[in-house]
Ligand binder design. Structure first.
Ligand code: ZN
Length: 334
C-alpha cells in the first residue's frame, strides 16, 4: 500500500496523512534528481486527493476513471505545466494561462491540482507570476512543484511550499520492486537496477522500452569503435554527433556512466559500477588508462554537457573529447 510506488515510503506516508486528516497544504515542492519519482509522487497525491472510491482513507484505487485520467494527465481538474523540453524555459504566459484556469471552481473533482514540473526552468517573470498565486491561492487548489533542488528556486517560492526531498533509492529496493510489481526476472532486474542509479523512473523507462537498452548497446559499441578509429574518423563522428541534438544528451549520459565506471575501477574503489554487463571492458580500460586519464575523460564529457546546458554548440567540446580518447582495441565480447 505504497501508492504503487517503488521506495519513498516516508513521503507517501506523510502525504497520505495530509489526505486522511484533510490537512493538505496549498503548495508542495518535490525535489530530487531526474527520474527519481517526483512527478509520479505528485500524480499519486492528486489521485489520493481526488479518487472518489479510495480503497481506504488516503489510498487511491488507481483503477477508476478519475485515477486513470490523472495517471494519463488528461483529467479536467489537473493541469500540468512545464517547459517545452527538458532544459528549456517555462514562460510567464504559461503561468498566466494556468492562473486563469485555477480561478474557476473544479469541474468534477474535489480539488483542482496544478503540477509544475522542473520549476527551476521557469524564467524570472514566470517565477514572479507564480509567486502571486502562492501568496493568495484560490480555495480548492493545490500546487505541486518539482525541481532538482530547492536552492534553484526563489527563496520566496520555497518558503510558501512544504518541501519534500526525494533521494535516490537503494538498489535493493528497486530490484525488489521490479520483481514484485512487474515480475521482472532476477538477472534482468539486476541489470536494470544498476543502470538506473537509484532512479525508479528511469528503470521503468528502460523496462517499458527494451529498444532503449539496445540503443545503449549501440552507443557503447560506437564508443568502442572510436577507440580504435583514427583522428579523421573521430572528427567526422563528432561532427555528425553534434548535429544530432535529439539523441546527443542521452548518448552522452551513457558514455558518462561508462567512463565513471572506468574511473571507479581504476581507483580500486569498492563502489558498484553501473554497467555491470561490460565489466571486462571496463577493467581492461581501467588498467590501460589509470586513474588520472579516466578521470579526465569524465571531466571532458561533463564539459560537453555544460556546453549543451548553456546552448553552446557542443562540437568543439566533442572534438576535445575525441582528442583525449585513448587509442585502444577493446574486445567487446559481451
Ligand atoms: Zn480511483
Amino acid at each position: 500500500m505504497n501508492w504503487n510506488m517503488i521506495g519513498h515510503e516516508w513521503a507517501v506516508q506523510l502525504l497520505k496523512q495530509h489526505v486522511i486528516l484533510g490537512t493538505q497544504r496549498q503548495a508542495y515542492l518535490i525535489t530530487g534528481p531526474e527520474s527519481v519519482g517526483r512527478r509520479t509522487l505528485a500524480l499519486r497525491f492528486a489521485q489520493a486527493v481526488n479518487c472518489p472510491q479510495p480503497i481506504e482513507p488516503g489510498e487511491p484505487c488507481l483503477d477508476c476513471p478519475t485515477c486513470g485520467q490523472i495517471e494519463r494527465m488528461v483529467h479536467p481538474d489537473l493541469t500540468v505545466v512545464e517547459a517545452d523540453r527538458v532544459g528549456g524555459q517555462l514562460k510567464v504566459d504559461q503561468i498566466r494561462g494556468l492562473q486563469h484556469g485555477l480561478s474557476l471552481a473544479p469541474y468534477v473533482a474535489k480539488y483542482r491540482i496544478a503540477i509544475l514540473l522542473r520549476f527551476e526552468e521557469a524564467n524570472r517573470q514566470a517565477a514572479n507570476a507564480l509567486l502571486k498565486t502562492l501568496e493568495e491561492p484560490p480555495p480548492q487548489v493545490i500546487l505541486m512543484l518539482t525541481a532538482g533542488s530547492a536552492d534553484q528556486l526563489l527563496p520566496t517560492i520555497v518558503s510558501r511550499c512544504e518541501v519534500i526531498r526525494l533521494r535516490p533509492i537503494s538498489s535493493g529496493v528497486i530490484k525488489e520492486g521490479l520483481q514484485t510489481n512487474w515480475q521482472v526476472p532476477p538477472a534482468e532486474a539486476d541489470l536494470l537496477t544498476h543502470l538506473s542509479s537509484g532512479r525508479p523512473g528511469y528503470t521503468f523507462q528502460l523496462y517499458q522500452n527494451p529498444a532503449n537498452l539496445s540503443l545503449r548497446r549501440t552507443w557503447l559499441d560506437e564508443l568502442f569503435n572510436l577507440l580504435s578509429a583514427n583522428r579523421v574518423e573521430r572528427f567526422e563522428y563528432a561532427e555528425t554527433m553534434a548535429k544530432d541534438a535529439k539523441t546527443l544528451p542521452e548518448k552522452l549520459q551513457v558514455w558518462l556512466a561508462f567512463w565513471r565506471d572506468v574511473m571507479l575501477r581504476s581507483s580500486n574503489s569498492s563502489s558498484q559500477i553501473t554497467n555491470i554487463d561490460y565489466q571486462e571492458i571496463i577493467d581492461q580500460l581501467a588498467n590501460n588508462l589509470g586513474q588520472k586519464k579516466a578521470h579526465n575523460l569524465v571531466v571532458v564529457v561533463e564539459q560537453i554537457f555544460d556546453h549543451l546546458d548553456h546552448n553552446v554548440n557542443p562540437r568543439l567540446a566533442l572534438e576535445v573529447f575525441m582528442l583525449d580518447l585513448p587509442k585502444s582495441e577493446v574486445s567487446s565480447s559481451t
